[in-house]
Design a protein around this ligand. Structure first.
Ligand code: ADP
Ligand code: ASP
Ligand code: MG
Length: 420
């Protein structure tokens, strides 16, 4: 008798028909002898609709009250779903984050899970219920409702799977698994049979929203097998798992894009110790996360320019802070560009293979796409480009690295292919 945690995203439970289809799927699985914990997202568009309601009231809503509002989306889904299961003659019980024992920190809108008391879920499973938990929400030590950040239901599911010691966490969505790139923007995208936690973490961090970043962190830390599949078809999905020896043979396994960042620059700062700290301290004090950073020499001797990227939601605030820093330093200029995109190529094989970054730069230059910033890690190369070239860049890179071809199943590994 396996213990399975399943998560269904917004489109999977988007309307009454979909809820009934998912309920039938879940019941069939329980009849098979498995114990099931089902995590649900808000129905498609609901979280955005709730955000719209709050912005009709005020520009910057109180974060605690916003979380109370946003958590209702998932609560609606679990109630409707349990009604459907019960109407089909089976036992189900809905549980909010609080009832499911999910405790988080008090960082409203971006809360992190601190601990999960699983006893009430276990008791209800023992009574023969399908346990249906609201994703994306928990409560802090004082009992306030918190939410985990957009896309956070994946994290609820994997964290629950880890805490319950589930055999697998199945993430059901509107695509058939994890692809070499977003299948909705590149028709040649190929579904991967499996991917390592490490690569998936980079892909999620670099913009592949198919899994919430922190769900992959949980999976990796607690070694939870994560299966990504479609709730619309019975096609086999993608397994996110530990690295095996074949995985490193693939140089590039995925391409991601992220249009959700803006670039800011402060030019002509004094080139001396302590300046970077002076620029970035007020930004971190404002809880703004900085992504790529480039510092280089300025046109004037003894001066430097610093450019970096932040999430679009923090862009205006960052410019405000930088202008204040510029006033304090004197003689500096601040500028910004919100119309950028970050394109990244990711693959374990980069650890042992050279020339990958050059191939990326060559491919972009052939299309006359200018690279504004570059960052690398052991298994990733990212370039900042003009936002308008995003789809084109993804497609030409997908072709250049031949991601539509599955070399492993053909008995040829891409590393050898590259070396020829
Ligand atoms: P859900 O509502 O089920 O949580 P999301 O919209 O959050 O679904 O995530 C699924 C979407 O992720 C897909 O529709 C697809 O457009 C996007 N996506 C981006 N990159 C990838 C990728 N590499 N593989 C699969 N899907 C991807
Ligand atoms: N409903 C939330 C969102 O739209 C959480 C989720 O769907 O995972 O971001
Ligand atoms: Mg999602």
């Amino acid at each position: 008798m396996a213990l399975i945690v399943q998560k269904y995203g917004g489109t999977s439970v988007g309307n009454a028909e979909r809820i009934a289809a998912v309920a039938t799927k879940v019941i069939a699985r329980q009849k098979n002898g498995d114990r099931l914990v089902v995590v649900l997202s808000a129905r498609a568009g609901e979280t955005d609709r709730l955000l719209g309601l709050s912005s009709e009231i005020c520009r910057s809503p109180d974060p605690r009250e916003l979380d109370v509002l946003l958590a209702t989306g998932e609560q609606t889904s679990i109630a409707l779903f349990c009604m459907a299961v019960k109407d089909m003659g089976f036992k189900a019980v809905s549980m909010t984050g609080y009832q499911a024992g999910i405790t988080t920190d008090a960082n409203f809108g971006q809360a992190r899970i601190n601990c999960i008391q699983t006893q009430s879920i276990i008791d209800r499973l023992q009574d023969g219920n399908i346990v249906v938990v609201a994703g994306f929400q928990g409560n802090d030590e004082e009992g306030n409702i918190t939410t985990l950040g957009r896309g956070g239901s994946d994290t609820t599911a994997v964290a629950l799977a880890a805490a319950l010691g589930a055999d697998v966490c199945e993430i059901y969505t509107d695509v058939e698994g994890v692809f070499t790139t977003d299948p909705n923007i590149c028709s040649k995208a190929r579904k991967l049979e499996k991917i390592s936690y490490e690569e998936m973490l980079e892909m999620a961090s670099m913009g592949a929203k198919v899994l919430h970043i922190r769900s992959v962190e949980f999976g990796m830390k607690y070694n939870v097998p994560i299966m990504v599949l479609s709730s619309f078809t019975d096609a086999p999905g993608t397994l996110v798992t530990q690295e095996d020896k074949d995985m490193e043979k693939v140089v590039v396994s995925g391409i991601t894009y992220n249009k959700n960042e803006g670039r800011v620059t402060i030019t002509n700062v004094p080139d001396q110790p302590g300046i970077a700290a002076k620029v970035f301290r007020p930004i971190s004090e404002a809880n703004i996360n900085v992504d790529l950073i480039v510092q280089g020499g300025s046109a004037s001797p003894g001066r430097a320019d610093i450019s970096f990227t932040v999430a679009k939601g923090s862009y205006e605030k960052t410019l405000e802070i930088l202008n204040q820093v510029a006033r304090e330093l004197g003689d500096c200029k601040v500028s910004g560009d919100p119309g950028i995109a970050k394109i990244s190529i990711i693959g374990l094989g980069m650890r042992s293979h050279s020339g990958v970054a050059t191939k990326m730069f060559d491919t972009l230059s052939k299309e006359n796409i200018n690279i504004k910033m570059i960052a690398t890690s052991e298994i990733k190369v990212s370039c900042i480009i003009d936002e308008k070239y995003t789809e084109l860049a993804v497609r030409v890179l997908h072709d250049a690295f031949e991601l539509d071809k599955n070399f492993e199943t053909q008995g040829t590994v891409r590393v050898q292919e590259e070396k020829e």
